[in-house]
Design a protein around this ligand. Structure first.
Ligand code: GDP
Length: 325
């Protein structure tokens, strides 16, 4: 339901039960070892008797369905453990992206009583920044010999990392990457928490204890400094803003669809009306309090669809409905 955009009644019902879980975001480029690392963290958490929710976010395209399946296979050790809930989600097409649907899923798992919630996302563009809104602690995962560190500085991801992980510590360039990150860290002024830097070998579990310690050290810092509350308030501000934008977006799409039916865009294409004036006309006709009914939305022009992939979400929702969920 959360993925289908229908979480509102659920969240209203369980919201008071949320806020207890420790939410960890793991981000980094594809292949860096995020899933292997998540698997190792799930194992570590289970040793401590903690229950875990794991959300694998696919921010990009329907083509990566296979990759997500691969992720799930890597996590197969935990499939039969009732205290571990694994879910992959597509954030594409959901307004608010990761902070939207995933935020809802995190709250639901929190209410469900999971002690630890891990949100794993591929680092492409905006998604790492968004994960920091959802997570209490953000882990940025890098691997040696790939020029990752330069990318990190470029993309401004440095600022969102609470913990840096140099995974594949068995790689000959690992120590160099650690040095590079250390140097980059000296270039920033840190207020409060300076990111921890941990070397791991996710495949063998080496360094996982150190990572575990670093995560809980950050968590303790957040609580003691009062930053957890401030951080969550700012994350909710972001989320509420997205919800407002989502609603306004519907109204705008509706107004656009109507304007197009009336041929307004043809007039722009004919150079009879300029785009700014067209926008003004649409704005003048918008009433944000009028909630449009579905079916009137502006549909994007689709040039290509993936063969064999037909609205998987619809099928899944229908399945849930059939099962009385
Ligand atoms: P993700 O795409 O970031 O989730 O990365 P995966 O967890 O799928 O790992 C990608 C590949 O790197 C897999 O073949 C892993 O077995 C491998 N890998 C993960 N961690 C390590 C490590 O510490 N050392 C080495 N040598 N390989 C690793």
């Amino acid at each position: 339901m959360a993925e289908g955009g229908g979480a509102a009644p659920l969240i209203s019902a369980v919201f008071k039960e949320t806020g207890r879980a420790f939410t960890i975001g793991i981000t980094g480029p594809p292949g860096v070892g995020k899933s292997t690392l998540s698997g190792a963290l799930v194992k570590r958490a289970r040793q401590e008797g903690k229950s875990v929710g794991l959300i694998l976010v696919d921010p990009s395209s329907p083509f990566s369905k296979g990759a997500l399946l691969g992720d799930r296979i890597r996590l197969s050790d935990h499939f039969t453990d009732p205290a571990v809930f694994i879910r992959s989600m597509a954030s594409r097409g959901h307004l608010g992206g990761i902070a939207g649907a995933t935020g809802d899923a995190v709250m639901l798992m929190d209410a469900f009583g999971k002690d630890l919630i891990i949100v794993e996302t591929v680092g492409v563009g905006q998604s790492e920044i968004e994960i920091a809104e959802v997570a209490d602690t953000t882990v940025v995962c890098l691997q040696p010999g790939s020029g990752d560190s330069i990318q990190v500085l470029k993309a401004g991801i440095m600022e969102i990392a609470d913990v840096f992980v140099v995974n594949k510590a068995d790689h000959p360039m690992a120590a160099q990457l650690r040095r590079e990150i250390r140097i980059m860290m000296t270039m920033l002024d840190w207020q409060g928490w300076a990111p921890a830097l941990v070397m791991t070998q996710a495949t063998t579990g080496e360094g996982i204890d150190e990572l575990w310690e670093a995560l809980w050290a950050h968590r303790a810092y957040l609580e003691e400094s009062g930053e957890l509350r401030a951080k969550r308030a700012s994350a909710f501000a972001h989320e509420v803003r997205n919800l407002v934008l989502g609603r306004l977006g519907d109204v705008v799409d509706w107004a656009m669809a109507q304007a197009m039916e009336l041929g307004l865009m043809e007039r722009v294409a004919d150079r009879a009306l300029d785009p700014y004036s067209a926008a003004e006309r649409i704005i003048a006709n918008i009433d944000p309090k009028v909630v449009p009914t579905s079916g009137t939305r502006l549909a994007p022009r689709v040039r290509a669809t993936v063969k064999g992939l037909y609205a998987p979400m619809e099928a899944e929702m229908a399945h849930h409905r059939g099962a009385g969920v």
